[in-house]
Design a binder for this molecule. Sequence first.
Ligand code: FMN
Length: 383
Amino acid sequence: MLFTPLQLRGVTLPNRIVVSPLCMYSSKDGLATDWQFAHLSTFARGKAGLVFTEATAVEPRGRITPACLGIWTDEQAEAIKPTVRFIEEMGCVPGMQIAHAGRKGSANPPFKGGTPLAPEDADAWETVAPSAEPVGEGWPVPQALDTQEIAQIVEDFAVAAQRAHTVGFKVLEIHGAHGYLIQSFLSPLSNTRNDAYGGDIQGRMRFALEVAKATRAVWPEDLPLFFRISAVDGPADGWSIEDSVILAKELAACGVDVVDCSAGGVRGAPAFRASDSGAPLKAGAERPPGFQVPYADRVRKEAGVKTMAVGVIIDPQQAEDILQDGRADLVALGREIMYNPFWPLHAAQALGADPESEMWPRQYAWAVKRRGEIAAYNASQHR
Ligand SMILES: Cc1cc2nc3c(=O)[nH]c(=O)nc-3n(C[C@H](O)[C@H](O)[C@H](O)COP(=O)(O)O)c2cc1C
């Protein structure tokens, strides 16, 4: 199934392998650089079915770091256009993830500790959030958004979607996970408002659903819309998988086609709770293979919506089994595909889906095929 196409509205993904959004902290003034072209075009040469950009900010305060990608100007949209064109040239589908960092913005990249920028830093900005609650100790208190400012950010998402369409993206994902602005509205741990955007789950979902509706209204009818959620975010009084099922049904009613099931982030650390046991994860490395797959499975079955599974998907057979078992419709890879950008081509060989190396880019295919013949000959000599 990994190498069967998936039709979503008017778009056919050539296979079920997705490059998960991966922040690169390599932009200048929100503009894509040679790095984005080199990075994303490699995955297209590796033939992932759908290649997502990193989280792309819908307004300047929506960046995580000063070096994050943006799409709040036409110039920024133009700068990513060659990458979009190349992904399509390789027969893959280009997708953009649009995002707002909220109270986790104005920060250093992970390789500089991921800590907040000092307020006196020339590149720092005042962050925004549903409530004036900091991410944690050492983080600045964000400014609580009023309803007019909320409406402006909803509009920023819609304008970003229009720009993404103008430069040729075929899939759009709204980033509603990892403790950034949308999820900080969803979670009772970060949203303590008592107006229409807070309180019970209906109030806390309002902003997410307004963004989804406004984006769907301008994103063409024949193009699919994804929404990334943090399916759980602990501790126990946080956002639950039951909440995610409710949200997924509402998102589907707004015209969202795929729910991308990640987890964690509202308190800084990703994926607070382990999948099957429900026990808290203790260390950053404590991530069993496919640890978030149960979320994609449950949302798919209980909300009746297509899902994408992500998180420590490593092995081709593991990816195949997730699809065969009906636990998700797509599998997304992050760290593994950075480690091996040609993962899809190698997976196709391992699963017997490309015995003649025909999936490879035509520039490589004949030589890779010959490589296989040489390897087979040499192996036969050693028998
Ligand atoms: C370097 C890096 C950057 C990331 N940037 C983003 C991002 O921009 N948006 C997002 O939703 N998730 C982001 N993530 C999370 C990944 O998309 C993915 O969900 C996570 O790494 C789990 O998948 P994996 O185990 O295959 O890496 C990032 C992860 C890494 C390692």
